[in-house]
Design a protein around this ligand. Structure first.
Ligand code: ASP
Length: 346
């Protein structure tokens, strides 16, 4: 009898061990990475073949970089960070090198990252010397007890943590500088011809309505989601202005129970509509699919409120959506060997 009991115990124990192993065994079939490189009035008419090729190349490189991390068994956090680095280092996007200029002629950047497994999050805002703002956001998440750090404090922290610090001139690109000059010129004209005052004030800092923020959402082989977003904000923004990107729940959000979201668009509207969390809440409380939830928020609520832009959102099963209410959005995905990069409303 005693022997039988002993055997039964061993059997049960091995069952538990097998179950635990099955739960932690990586599942590479669902590994997914989705990215965006900004939304806005991106149309075929405004594009040259050379420019389109250049954008596609960097977007593909970003996808391949992040996917390689996931395929090697890296976490979704590692993947989104590596993906964002590629776009931050490219002058084509409004993040890191190539960030837009503020009204005062500076490059002030915001970034955020969130871990869907733990709900930990990190963000930085109004930084001018950290080469890769997304890594500073991750350092805040993992190496401090805080969620958001701003300005010179965030820069001091990043330096202490050994992140790469550059002279602010590193972020300068002639194209972005000219965009500031153009919009400053337009601002005068618009105000001069203003017949309905306030709406002009709302739009004076939208350069041709292109939002070049970069974002990534990923699902790793362990079933964990992560989201990351990085931006220079909006051309001609006022001193100290912070957009939706580093606001957890607005431009960046991730929760394994619902989805990972990264947004791009006119930040003020995305903050007021708490876009990222609203999408997750619709999935949580109403049982919406990730696509239905994003449609509700981006194509209905934001449209009614005149908030232009879009999101990428991904759930734990690998379902995703790239939803935008603007003319175009640089975007792409990669999963199970399938990959695509898109720009226009197709
Ligand atoms: N959402 C960003 C901001 O308002 C801009 C963008 O998406 O490019 O700062």
């Amino acid at each position: 009898m005693k022997k039988q009991l002993h055997f039964l115990c061993l059997l049960l124990l091995s069952g538990f061990i097998n179950l635990a192993q099955a739960q932690t065994k990586p599942d590479y079939s669902k590994v997914t990475l989705v990215i965006h490189g900004g939304a806005g009035t991106i149309t075929r008419e405004n594009m040259t073949p050379e420019k389109e090729k250049a954008y596609r190349e960097v977007l593909n490189e970003a996808l391949q970089t992040g996917y390689a991390v996931l395929k090697k068994g890296g976490t979704s956090l590692d993947a989104v960070e590596a993906t964002i680095h590629v776009m931050e280092d490219s002058p084509l996007f409004n993040a890191g090198k190539g960030a837009v200029f503020t009204n005062e002629g500076k490059n002030e950047m915001d970034a955020a990252i969130m871990d869907g497994k733990t709900l930990n999050a990190g963000a930085v805002a109004s930084i001018t010397t950290i080469k890769n703002p997304i890594s500073a956001a991750r350092a805040v998440m993992e190496q401090s007890e805080h969620v958001m750090m701003i300005g010179s404090g965030a820069e001091k922290f990043a330096r202490e943590k050994g992140l790469k610090i550059v002279d602010p001139s590193y972020f300068y690109t002639e194209t972005r500088y000219q965009q500031l000059q153009n919009i400053k010129g337009k601002e005068e004209t618009q105000l001069d011809h203003s017949s309905n005052g306030t709406s002009n004030n709302e739009n004076i800092f939208i350069e041709g309505k292109k939002f070049g923020t970069v974002g990534a959402v990923a699902l790793d082989a362990y079933g964990n989601l992560a989201a990351a977003t990085s931006t220079g904000g909006m051309t001609n923004k006022r001193y100290g202005r912070v957009g939706d990107v580093p606001i957890i729940g607005a431009g960046t959000y991730a929760d394994n129970n619902t989805c990972a979201v990264s947004a791009t668009g006119h930040g003020e509207y995305f903050i007021r509509s708490v876009v990222g969390h609203d999408i997750a809440a619709l999935m949580d409380y109403k049982g919406y699919s990730v696509k239905k939830a994003a449609d509700e928020v981006v194509m209905k609520k934001l449209v009614e409120r005149k908030g232009e832009g879009g999101v990428i959102a991904l759930d734990r099963k690998g379902n995703f959506t790239m939803t935008f209410n603007s003319a175009g959005m640089y975007r792409g995905y990669i999963k199970e060997g399938k990959s695509d990069v898109l720009i226009y409303k197709e």
